[in-house]
Design a protein around this ligand. Structure first.
Ligand code: ADP
Length: 442
């Protein structure tokens, strides 16, 4: 309700200056007098036109009334002890404005000064019903406008609240559904405000959960399939041993087959465990590791397999090149890559581990002279359970997990891995570890 107060203040201020101006007009009529008496006052008053004032009182310096426009000068000769007149005789202009039921009452008293001496006072009283009616009308209008505006604001706030409440409720219900395992739930994308942003974040989260659920299901189904195959072979072999009369050599052969299927199961479960470890455990403390000794150890471990496959192992590493990685991870990465290089090689082939560096990274490459990887297969070889040549991979004891383990390990050690064709046949895997994360030597 600030507007009505403002209007009243403005009206009062206009009234104040109007009544002061009028009083000044009366005072100026006495400017030629050095003392006031009834005659001089009535003479001066004659010269002033009718100013529509409800009452005019002129007093001398002793507050004796010399002129009173009301009731045929009923107060003339008497002392007029209005506080406004007392103030004016003390030398101060006084104005007083008041609003009553249907009129504005203005009172003003100002001193009449001659030769720096107060010789009397002019007192004016005005009643203004027109201004009061105008003021009342204006206040009424402003009041109704305010009520209208407030109603609109309240209505809008209620609508806004209902709208927000509905959106928050929808979000809450969707969260509950998501919590209950329904990852297909999505929120309609509306608005760029906070709730809209929440909706976008929710949809992204639901999509990610959906994807990881899909990956999980795929993983479980692939893993079960991989486990089923050797188990079925073991069952078949043992059934044959039990049901058929067979000579000692055939039986030994069958039992050896059972053993190799069991080995395959062991390798498979070790890789599955490795993948679970990568998913659940953070990377062990990374440290600066010289690549050459690790590669050397890997080649020594794989020499028997390489001999069996008639593959040569070569090392072409700068002794001082280092990478920032977990030592166990780096060993496992190189082991899997070199092992693949041997498994998927050709007789009299070779696998070479090289290191070199460029402006901002250390590069380790593992290249082989094997069968190579067809271009369309390259984007998939780091996926879990993906095999290019299924028959050969299975024969070599692989389950399509080695490269996905390598990929996850390289990433969590801050590196990248790519594969290209080797000139003259075969594949070349490139590992890049950034050198800017290596701390400077003191
Ligand atoms: P696996 O355990 O079957 O070897 P990997 O994840 O290590 O699984 O490899 C995925 C597939 O990529 C393999 O089945 C194989 O077909 C192919 N592959 C991996 N390394 C090589 C390589 N050096 N040369 C040719 N093919 C390869």
């Amino acid at each position: 309700m600030y507007a009505p107060i403002m209007i009243r203040r403005l009206t009062y201020s206009a009234q104040r200056s109007a009544i002061i101006d009028k009083a000044q007009l009366f005072v100026s009529a006495f400017s030629t007098y050095d003392r006031l008496d009834r005659d001089s006052v009535s003479e001066a008053i004659q010269s002033i036109n009718d100013l529509h004032t409800a009452r005019v009182v002129i007093t001398n310096a002793g507050a004796e009334c010399l002129y009173d426009s009301l009731n045929a000068g009923s107060a003339v000769g008497k002392l007029v002890l209005y506080p406004e007149i007392a103030e004016a005789l003390a030398g101060n202009d006084t104005v007083y404005i008041r609003y009553e039921t249907d009129q504005i009452i203005s009172k003003a008293a100002i001193p009449i000064v001659a030769y720096n001496r107060t010789i009397g006072a002019v007192y004016l009283l005005e009643r203004d019903p027109d201004q009061a009616a105008l003021l009342a009308g204006l206040q009424q209008t402003v009041f109704w406008i305010s009520v209208g505006l407030e109603t609109v604001i309240i209505l809008f706030s209620i609508l806004f609240f209902i709208h927000y409440w509905k959106r928050m409720r929808r979000l809450l219900l969707s969260i509950r559904k998501l919590h209950g395992g329904d990852y297909s739930v999505r929120l309609p994308q509306r608005g760029r405000d906070e709730v809209g942003q929440l909706g976008i974040a929710f949809n992204e989260l639901a999509q990610r959960l959906n994807q990881s659920e899909e990956v999980r299901k795929q993983f479980v189904s692939n893993a079960s399939h991989e486990l089923k195959t050797p188990l079925a072979s073991i069952k078949l072999l043992t059934d044959s041993i039990l049901q058929n009369d067979m000579d000692r050599d055939t039986m030994r052969e069958f039992v050896a087959d059972v053993g190799s299927e069991a080995d395959r199961l062991t390798r498979l479960s070790a890789k599955l465990l490795e993948l679970t470890r990568l998913d659940t455990q953070p990377v062990e403390e990374r440290e600066l590791i010289a690549v050459a000794p690790v590669a050397d150890r890997v080649l020594r471990m794989l020499t028997p397999l390489a001999r069996k496959q008639d593959v040569r192992l070569e090392l072409d590493c700068a002794r001082d090149l280092q990478v920032l990685a977990s030592a166990d991870d780096l060993y496992q990465i190189l082991f899997n890559l070199v092992e693949n290089g041997i498994k998927y090689n050709l007789p009299h082939g070779a696998v070479t581990v090289r290191t070199y560096s460029d402006a901002d990274c250390t590069i380790i490459s593992v290249e082989d002279t094997g069968m190579g990887i067809p271009e369309p297969e390259k984007p998939h070889i780091f996926e879990r359970f993906y095999r290019v040549d299924k028959a050969r991979s299975r024969k070599a004891g692989g389950a399509g997990l080695g490269l996905s383990i390598v990929h996850d390990m390289v990433l969590r050690n801050g590196g990248t891995i790519t594969v290209t064709d080797r000139d003259g046949g075969g594949s070349c895997f490139h590992l890049r570890f950034p050198t800017d994360s290596i701390p400077m030597e003191a």
